[in-house]
Design a protein around this ligand. Structure first.
Ligand SMILES: [Zn+2]
Length: 489
């Protein structure tokens, strides 16, 4: 291994010695101009020394968020939600604390993540539990906070200036800006827009598959301890507003130790075992299969001469393949879409490729067609309140239990003889079976079951490999949220 190192050192020396005479190539210009922009930015943000000494930042903020393609209705205007947030970072001690409290989509949350170098915990204040994090990662966990805090991005530029290139000059909001790149420890590169006059960061952009273009805007600067911080922040995804952050307070270079204390009054719970990484098939009852991996699962029901598939989350082609190893010769005649959210319509092209009829509600037609490979040739059938499949002595009911706090229309699959219910997004079912206090969505699911007098014995879902019992649902309904923590820096 010594030789390659020697070669790289030689190459490095050659580069250094020929540097003086280098002609002004495009890459060289890109590096040199980026260096000038970084130096000017450091000056504008209180000076290189102030940024080097910027060790800790704690901020309390109010978030307004829009549930793009994740609202109760299939189109805009998207549901608007609010949350309070507190974030604190300490670089020297590799400590990060992120607390969030709010609600959306029929779920309430009140939780925090604490990373202290090699140790980490997920604190669920609503559920009253603390779970150690198996592999805490300071860089990944603190990344989202750094990306919305301009002086911390400038600090990243200071430490990682060798990753930066100047991309060019652009007009942004009527003012000339220099655009330079930043490659952080984790994630795709950012393009940062610095105002040529103030040298402050106005905007940052990155492309994040599968979301698309994520666009960050920094506005309303205020100086805290000699360093300008933007007081409001806007995030757009594909030009649509996604998050507005209103900063309520900013503390600089103060100990954040007291925020990183793990609450002692909550129950310490072992982390749930990870879901399978390879596609697994479970036969829930004869001819009824739950197939999936990670956090996406579909149910396949064998009828007399065909199969009915339920669920449209990621990886449906692989789930069909796994099902085919057991049910070899029956075609998939129907694919049932539980609802219109963008992570639940990914299976439409797979069912279309199987020449199956896709079941949905009339209100979701446009979203389902847009998800298809060929919208015009997609075979659709609409469920009006309920559709019953019966063949070969098997009965499968598709029931619209909407409106729920999550979606105006929501299809569940119900096998009355087997007592099996398949649902999406209404019953969190962790792999260890440790139930949390019921969310509003779970309560609405329980109500729908009661109202229709369904004798449910087993619940399976689109996001869990675990086969739950009706007792799990009852247990969740019997627990009350703990909600001990307030967001305060
Ligand atoms: Zn959903």
């Amino acid at each position: 291994m010594k030789k390659p190192i020697f070669i790289s050192i030689t190459a490095g020396l050659m580069l250094a010695t020929s540097f003086v005479n280098a002609e002004d190539t495009l890459p060289l210009k890109a590096v040199n101009r980026a260096g000038e922009v970084i130096d000017a930015a450091l000056e504008a943000y209180g000076g290189a020394e102030a940024i080097a000494n910027l060790n800790s930042v704690a901020r309390k903020s109010h978030f307004t968020t829009w549930a793009t393609n994740q609202s109760r209705s299939p189109g805009p205007p998207w549901d608007e939600n609010e949350q309070m947030s507190f974030s604190a970072i300490d670089f020297e001690n590799q400590t990060f604390v992120g607390k969030n409290k709010g609600s959306g989509g029929g779920f309430d949350f009140n939780a925090s993540q604490i990373i202290k170098a090699e140790e980490g915990w997920n604190v669920n204040y609503r559920g009253g539990t603390v779970t150690p994090i198996a592999q805490p990662d300071f860089n990944t966990t603190s990344g989202p906070f750094i990306r919305v805090t301009a002086p911390l991005l400038v600090k990243q530029l200071q430490n990682r200036r060798q990753t930066s290139h100047w991309l060019g000059e652009v007009e942004f909001e009527g003012r000339p800006h220099d655009v330079i790149t930043l490659v952080m420890e984790v994630g795709p590169a950012l393009s940062l827009y610095f105002d040529q006059e103030t040298h402050l960061l106005s905007r940052s952009e990155r492309v994040l598959p599968p979301f698309g273009q994520v666009d960050y805007r920094f506005t309303d600067y205020e100086t805290v301890d000699g360093i300008p911080f933007s007081k409001t922040f806007k995030l757009f995804v594909n030009d649509q507003p996604n998050i507005i952050i209103d900063i309520k307070s900013t503390l600089v270079n103060q100990s954040i130790e007291q925020h990183a204390v793990v609450p002692q009054d909550l129950e310490m719970v072992e982390a749930a075992p990870p879901a399978p990484t390879e596609v697994e098939l479970q036969e829930v009852k004869e001819g009824v299969f739950l197939v999936g991996s990670g956090n996406t699962y579909a149910m396949f029901v064998e009828m007399d001469d065909h199969v009915i598939a339920v669920g449209g989350t990621a990886g449906i082609p692989d789930r069909i393949k796994a099902m085919r190893e057991v049910v070899k010769d029956k075609p998939i005649k129907y694919g049932v879409m539980t609802h219109h959210h963008n992570d639940h319509v990914l299976g439409v092209p797979a069912y279309q490729a199987e020449d199956a009829v896709v079941l949905t509600v009339k209100e979701h037609e446009a979203v389902i067609r847009a998800a298809a490979t060929d919208a015009d040739s997609l075979k659709l059938q609409f469920v009006d309140k309920k559709h019953v499949f019966e063949s070969g002595g098997r009965k499968l009911e598709i029931i619209d239990i909407g409106p729920t706090p999550h979606a105006k229309h929501l299809l569940v699959a119900w096998l009355p003889s087997e007592g099996i219910l398949f649902e999406a997004d209404h019953f969190p079912n962790p792999t260890n079976g440790y139930m949390q206090p019921a969310q509003d969505v779970t309560k609405s699911l329980a109500k729908a079951i009661d109202k229709r007098g369904l004798d449910v014995k087993i619940i399976v879902g689109a996001h869990s490999p675990r086969i739950a019992s009706i007792d799990d649902l009852r247990r969740s309904l019997s627990l009350n949220p703990v909600n001990t923590a307030q967001i305060s820096p």
